[in-house]
Design a protein around this ligand. Sequence first.
Ligand code: IMP
Length: 213
Amino acid sequence: MVLLTRFLDWTAIDLTFLLATKNQDKCAELQRLLAPLGIKVIAPMDLPFDLPDVEETGQTFAENARLKAASGCAASRMPCIGDDSGLCVDALNGAPGVCSARFAGGHGDDNANIAKLLRMMEGIPEKDRTARFVCSICCVFPRGKACATEGCCEGRIGFAPKGENGFGYDPVFIPYASPLKTMAELSDAQKDTISHRQMALKQFAALLMDIQS
Ligand code: IMP
């Protein structure tokens, strides 16, 4: 009850956050997940100018999320949320990791990325196909404050792509929370109850309440 009251106080302050991502699938998921948490956001496509492209030079998801949020905040002077995320496969020593979007070369070519992943995993038995999605969220405020969270979704890599929903590696990722289906066979609402992104954003909403209190 105390938490809920603090949350309502916070929403009254009426902050709007900018999402620092040009990935439309990711943007849609972030908007879908943040709305019920009472966090108002706008997408870069709603701005009257283009956000600069950010070179993802970080060694970790957290570093890259911060680079994206800081760049978006500097360009817009708005509190800005960066998301850096990807897939870490144990049998590949954590690859594709921070290189998830450009694993097969071109940025964001999901089919090529999946094909390369499945090729590299040929011959690896089911018990050794463990993997996780990781999502790092960082929010940078115009006066320089920042807060960061991370969420993770454990599962394994399938042997062939299945399903049409979601994006990225969803067709080959089978979450332990729903072990008979790939992430791409789940509805948006089902993905949103178990995903790495929802976990990171729930922690982010809790942190915001603390900052405001
Ligand atoms: P980023 O835009 O540099 O953070 O790259 C994220 C990449 O990781 C995407 O292009 C996808 O390949 C992958 N990825 C991140 N989140 C998800 C997800 O929820 N499902 C499937 N793939 C994801």
